[in-house]
Design a protein around this ligand. Structure first.
Ligand code: ADP
Length: 449
């Protein structure tokens, strides 16, 4: 660890790693500091994909899309509370981000759809790998090739602004304290989905919910930003993910692709109760409104074969299966006739392309008619924190009066504003790449002034 760097990047999720590579390619000297022993944060757990509009991949798959639609649907999905300048920059730069990844041999050539999106925008690897882990692996390959310094088990505790740069106080391996200087700082510490202090402060009623987050998602970046005068915004906007298997001590998020590829949700009564691909907010609320506060994802062999992640869910014992629908109902202890007629009704909706019951419009290419049939028991859990550090579309951190705090940038989940009150699946991975790059570019502009 040296005494001074051009850019001190706090956090090694895809925001931090992307930012480091972009900074390096602009000729800057970056360092990445990660408090955990594992690299990749919550990014490692991302499963749906990376949303982008107007990409070559979409065109190659016959999907004609537009920046304007992507903007509009994200804005609607976020309750129109999104920071519009950020959203505009985001919607018009995701395709470039996909291209940038591709030029770094990180290929996301498969497509799926997530809740709240009218088109297939979620780009993911053609291989079986979930998008997040694949991305981290690809970015690390570049980091290593370029010998960009990355330190794990180095926790940033405080930031202190000085005329010459920002002092970064760190603790190494619990105990050793040190200070280094960052000529600029990028806070990329992720969200606070596992930060009970923050949740207690802003949404105490969620304290008894499980979380899908890694244990390091404690919102440290918010505290350090606050110490140097940053404003925090929309902190009460915490996303609950609707489909989390939580019957074991660990909460496993069941990716939106299972629904995107054709699964439905049924209640204990064996009946559908919502448009399964409505936004996470709406679907979560529908599940918690059921008396049992949980539901079953139901799908057939064709969906299973298309969604590779199901192998993993099955491997760890989260999937129930049976040869026929009636047998599956028996396994789940739900009414046979109800489940059978629910599937018949759904298959008719798929055939006629019209879900008269709940108005579902996407993920309707698959009739659930090929055994074996499968079920996963799911319920909502804390998943993502939309709020965070107030930034502008250039990732510059703002104080309570809306003034830029010079030389301090924040990007990724730690930054608030892009998603409004509900994040669309696939938009967070896109955010990390778009704004991770942007943070490095803006640090460059700042340092060259
Ligand atoms: P994003 O998706 O925005 O990149 P992630 O959750 O993937 O966010 O990554 C954030 C990373 O930042 C995690 O690996 C987390 O452990 C790390 N981190 C959080 N707080 C600190 C801290 N105080 N010092 C160093 N690293 C931190």
């Amino acid at each position: 660890l040296e005494k001074e760097y051009d850019v001190v990047i706090i956090g090694s999720g895809s925001t931090g790693l992307t930012c480091a590579i972009q900074a390096y390619e602009l000729g800057l000297k970056p360092v990445i500091l990660e408090k955990m022993d594992k690299i990749g944060g919550n990014t490692n757990r991302a499963s749906s994909g990376m949303n982008a509009a107007e990409t070559e991949v979409q065109l190659a798959n016959g999907v004609v899309d537009s920046f304007a639609d992507f903007y509009k649907e994200t804005y609607q999905g976020g309750g129109k509370l999104n920071n519009q300048e950020m959203l505009e920059y985001f919607a018009t730069h995701t395709a470039l981000a996909i291209e940038w990844l591709s030029s770094h041999e990180i290929e996301l050539t498969d497509l799926t759809v997530t809740g709240g999106m009218s088109k297939k925008r979620a780009h993911r690897p053609a291989s079986t790998a979930p998008v997040g882990a694949y991305l981290i692996k690809g970015l690390l390959r570049i980091i290593q090739k370029a010998s960009i310094p990355l330190f794990t088990q180095v926790k940033v505790e405080h930031l202190k602004k000085q005329p010459s740069g920002t002092q970064v106080a760190i603790s190494i391996d619990e105990g050793v304290q040190k200070t280094i200087v960052g000529r600029s700082i990028v806070i990329a510490t992720g969200g606070f989905g596992a930060g009970s202090e923050w949740i207690k402060k802003y949404r105490p009623e969620l304290l008894n919910y499980k979380t899908t987050n890694h244990s390091g998602a404690t919102g440290d970046g918010l505290l350090m930003a606050q110490e140097i005068g940053a404003e925090l915004i929309q902190m009460e906007m915490i996303q609950i993910h609707p489909t989390v298997q939580q019957d074991t001590p660990h909460a496993y998020l069941i990716g939106e692709t299972v629904r995107g590829e054709g699964a439905i949700l049924v209640s204990n009564e064996g009946k559908r109760f919502v448009d399964e691909l409505n936004t996470r907010k709406v679907v979560s609320r529908a599940i918690t409104s059921l008396p049992e506060k949980s539901a079953y994802l139901i799908f057939d062999e064709k969906v299973r074969s298309r969604v590779k992640a199901i192998e993993f869910y099955n491997h760890i014992g989260l999937v129930e299966s049976a040869a026929t629908v009636a047998e599956l109902a028996e396994v789940l202890k739900i009414d046979k006739q109800n489940l059978t007629s629910t599937l018949a009704g759904w298959n008719k909706a798929v055939t006629t392309k019209s879900d008269t019951e709940f108005g579902r419009k996407t993920g309707m290419n698959n009739k659930l008619d090929a055994g074996p049939f499968y079920a996963i028991h799911v319920a909502p859990a804390v998943h993502y924190t939309m709020g965070g550090i107030h930034v502008d579309e250039r990732t510059r951190v703002l104080d309570g009066n809306g003034y830029v705090i010079p030389g301090i940038f924040a990007a990724g989940e730690v930054a608030g504003g892009l998603h409004g009150n509900n994040r669309i699946g696939g938009n967070s991975i896109a955010e990390t790449v778009v704004f991770g790059r942007q943070a490095a570019q803006q640090a460059f502009v700042y340092l060259k002034k």
